[in-house]
Design a protein around this ligand. Structure first.
Ligand code: HEC
Length: 304
């Protein structure tokens, strides 16, 4: 039988099947095309195998994408670890691990020697978390470092059964002095880009002239702490949490005391296993900042 080697049948079930072929008179042309088809299948298999091999290489050697001024560059972990500025650092009260941690790390300034005060640095993580940090924090009292997870000394899992904070994680020394919020410690970083601030790129998150000073401060609180996961009027980079103004604002459908409680400790209002949103305790978000944030959300409810 012409199908004796079986190869065609096995590799091509989405295109032709043995039964559809059995109804035909097999002539020479068909046999030729069969032959080519089989060759093609084998080639296809070989290229899939090669693709697999290159994925294996990629998996072992993570890349970091850097975008500055419209130019994109990819740095491998190996390349970064060879940088003479790499050091061993100790980070007390590490945000991702909630304890003192030691890392091989590169000063952020070795990657980006200077960040304009008016610019913003965007960190995109593999889970869709996007932090936009104002340029000013990079020249403040706290020192940013890019911690690099080495292949031979992997970091612990963040939660049982999940990955580590690696391969790249932004950590801070002296963070308390500069009020770096926990949302400004992005981990599992895939891409770092210098760009315009969030409010410049998404005018729909900006306040109109009627906004109070408190609401204006609240917008900064929002950008720092909430825009990493949420959008307002569908403006923002994040994709993790729901939009906080459309179709309705939580200031409209939650009683204020419950909204405050939800921001402080979401599980205190409702809880389930897949819950993602972290709580913002008063050490991270002062009562004043929470008031400002709510003033911002209330004002935005009038601007949609
Ligand atoms: C790490 C991501 C993350 C951050 C940071 C975050 N949220 Fe959330 N938030 C979520 C997710 C995801 C949900 C949906 C519920 C869940 O899975 O926890 C949510 C739910 C909410 C809800 C309830 C919405 C509804 O209709 O059920 C409110 C209100 C809210 N967030 C406000 C905020 C505010 C205000 C901030 C900033 C202080 C913030 N969130 C920061 C991820 C986040």
């Amino acid at each position: 039988m012409i199908f004796s080697d079986g190869a065609v049948v096995f590799h091509s079930h989405d295109v032709v099947t043995a039964s559809s072929f059995q109804n035909y008179q097999i002539d020479r042309t068909t046999m030729m095309s069969f032959y080519f088809f089989r060759r093609f299948s084998i080639c296809l298999l070989a290229s899939i195998t090669m693709l697999g091999a290159s994925f294996a290489v990629l998996a072992a050697e993570p890349l970091l994408e850097l975008d500055v001024g419209g130019q994109t560059q990819h740095l491998s972990r190996k390349q970064m670890l060879k940088n003479p500025a790499v050091r061993d650092i100790e980070v007390p009260a590490d945000v991702a691990y909630q304890r003192t941690m030691s890392y091989r790390a590169l000063p952020f300034s070795a990657l980006f020697p200077s960040v304009a005060q008016g610019a913003s640095v965007q960190f995109t993580a593999s889970d869709g978390f996007v932090a936009n940090l104002p340029g000013t924090v990079f020249s403040g009292k706290a020192q940013p470092w890019l911690a690099i997870e080495e292949e031979e000394s992997a970091w612990p899992s963040l939660k049982a059964g999940s990955g580590s904070a690696g391969p790249f994680y932004l950590v801070w020394l002296n963070s308390a002095k500069a009020e770096i919020s926990p949302e400004q410690w992005p981990y599992q970083i895939e891409k770092i880009a210098v760009m315009m601030p969030l409010a410049a790129r998404y005018p729909q998150i900006r306040l109109n002239d009627q906004a109070t000073l408190s609401a204006q401060r609240g917008m900064q609180v929002y950008v720092e702490n909430c825009a990493t996961c949420h959008t307002i009027n569908h403006g923002g980079d994040a994709t993790i949490g729901p939009d906080l103004n459309q179709p309705f604002s939580p200031t409209e459908y939650f009683e204020e005391r419950f909204l405050r409680q939800l921001i402080r400790d979401p599980a205190a209002v409702r809880n389930w296993q897949q819950r993602v949103m972290p709580g913002f305790s008063s050490s991270v978000l002062s009562d004043q900042k929470l008031d400002d944030l709510i003033a911002y959300l209330r004002q935005m409810a009038k601007q949609r």
